[in-house]
Design a protein around this ligand. Structure first.
Ligand code: ADP
Length: 412
């Protein structure tokens, strides 16, 4: 997807989502006000009936509302009438005496101030009371209850739910788009790096072959052996590179299985070290080997273990700015063969140490180094270790160097 098109899609989507939020907001407010009006109409209907009954049949024996009213009956009559009008609430009820300016009765004395402010005030004239317009029934609904009562609660929840769904979908879409962009970038980087990594050994091998064709060079045994060594090392380098990429893709398959046989870790490591001899020498570095594992054989996949050791040593050399100084050790603890590769290179910051085993992850090092790579090597190493039921750990300090330690169980 083109960049401008992606920006357009995101903008339209954001605008549509925002419009929807505004529309929903306006609509919700309108629904609230309609619902408020309906609530008032229902209360008024209910209270018309209450007033009618109080003024007529039910309280006809009353001579004075303050003394003769059965207030409990009044409360339940109001609740009953409210319910009949669809309001399942028990408001605070008061009888207000207009001539005295005070309440003769209130169902909850502590809420009298609310009764005073309440708009729900209904005049009634019980039989036997001379002056009409003197007594009022007053109702006070607690705000929260009023709110809960309204049918808009469901509407509000639905609206909120939909808004959350839209926001989540928007967020997921943005993340997917960002991930896709990252993947695109990674793909481009991968192809660039791959081209570079493969081109270098090809041209080195080409150059060495040219030299060997020259009779004056090929007749000298030492020089010839040196060039053959270069060809062999570069060939090995390309083999591991291609193998790492191919096997790493294969390992993503759940059914992937290793092909174990008896492997001597000491001689395998020595062989891998041999292939780095020239590279190390060319960079004026040194490799120290302490291959002391005993017993040194374990059931493992030779190809993958070789590639694993190769990747670890290759990284140790790649990420050493000056002449590489590398120490490779094998030993046995109780149940494992322990292989460690220690370098004095650029090291890895604490926050990046966990991530280096992720596929395609590369520490962004700014100008510190310009080492080419794919970010697959350590992921592949970790997969090989996992398939052998082993464990890999990393100790590193920025600027000081790194030690990768692999433990492989002796009993497969
Ligand atoms: P790459 O192809 O980039 O070397 P890896 O998966 O082998 O991929 O390594 C992932 C990242 O971990 C590297 O890009 C590098 O930043 C860091 N890294 C790996 N090994 C070392 C090391 N020995 N010293 C410092 N950094 C390392």
């Amino acid at each position: 997807m083109k960049r401008w098109f992606r920006t357009l899609v995101i903008s339209i989507f954001a605008l549509a989502a925002l419009s929807l939020v505004v529309i929903q907001f306006v609509q919700t407010r309108r629904t609230f006000s309609i619902s408020d009006n309906m609530f008032n109409v229902s209360v008024n209907n209910a209270m018309d009936e209450v007033v009618r009954q109080m003024s007529g049949e039910v309280f006809q024996t009353a001579s004075h509302p303050a003394t003769s009213f059965n207030y409990q009956e009044l409360d339940s009559l109001i609740a009953e009438e409210l319910l009949l009008n669809g309001i399942d609430l028990h408001p605070v009820v008061g009888i207000y005496d207009g001539s005295q300016g005070s309440f003769l009765y209130s169902s909850d004395a502590s809420k009298e101030n609310r009764l005073e402010e309440s708009p729900y005030r209904y005049n009634f004239s019980p039989i036997g009371v001379v002056s009409s317009g003197q007594y009022f029934i007053t109702l006070a609904f607690p705000d929260t209850e009023l709110f809960l009562q309204s049918n808009t609660k469901v509407y509000l929840y639905m609206t909120l739910f939909l808004l959350v769904v839209i926001a989540t979908m928007f967020f997921i879409s943005l993340r997917t788009l960002a991930a896709q962009r990252r993947l695109d970038q990674m793909k481009t980087e991968f192809i660039n790096n791959m081209t570079h990594e493969i081109k270098t050994p090809i041209s080195t091998i080409g150059l060495a072959c040219e030299m060997l064709r020259d009779e004056t060079v090929s007749q000298d045994a030492a020089t010839r052996s040196n060039f053959l060594g270069i060809i062999s090392d570069e060939n090995q380098r390309m083999r591991v590179l291609v193998e790492t990429i191919l096997q790493s893709a294969k390992m993503a398959n759940k059914n992937f299985a290793i092909n174990p046989k008896e492997v001597d870790i000491n001689s395998l490591t020595a062989k891998v070290l041999q292939s780095f001899r020239l590279t190390i020498a060319n960079r004026g570095g040194s490799i120290e080997a302490h291959l002391d594992a005993s017993p040194s054989t374990l059931e493992a996949d030779e190809l993958h273990i070789t590639n694993m050791v190769y990747n670890l040593i290759d990284n140790a050399i790649k990420y050493s700015v000056d002449a590489p100084r590398i120490v490779v050790t094998t030993l046995c603890d109780n149940e494992n063969i322990v292989l460690s590769v220690k370098d004095h290179g650029i090291g890895i910051a604490k926050e990046n140490q966990k991530r280096v085993f992720e596929k395609f992850y590369r520490v962004s090092t700014g100008n510190v180094h310009n080492v080419k790579g794919f970010g697959i090597g350590l992921n592949y190493v970790a997969q090989v270790v996992r398939l052998h039921h082993g464990h890999i750990s990393l100790e590193s300090e920025l600027g000081q160097g790194s030690t990768f330690t692999v433990k492989l169980p002796l009993l497969g």
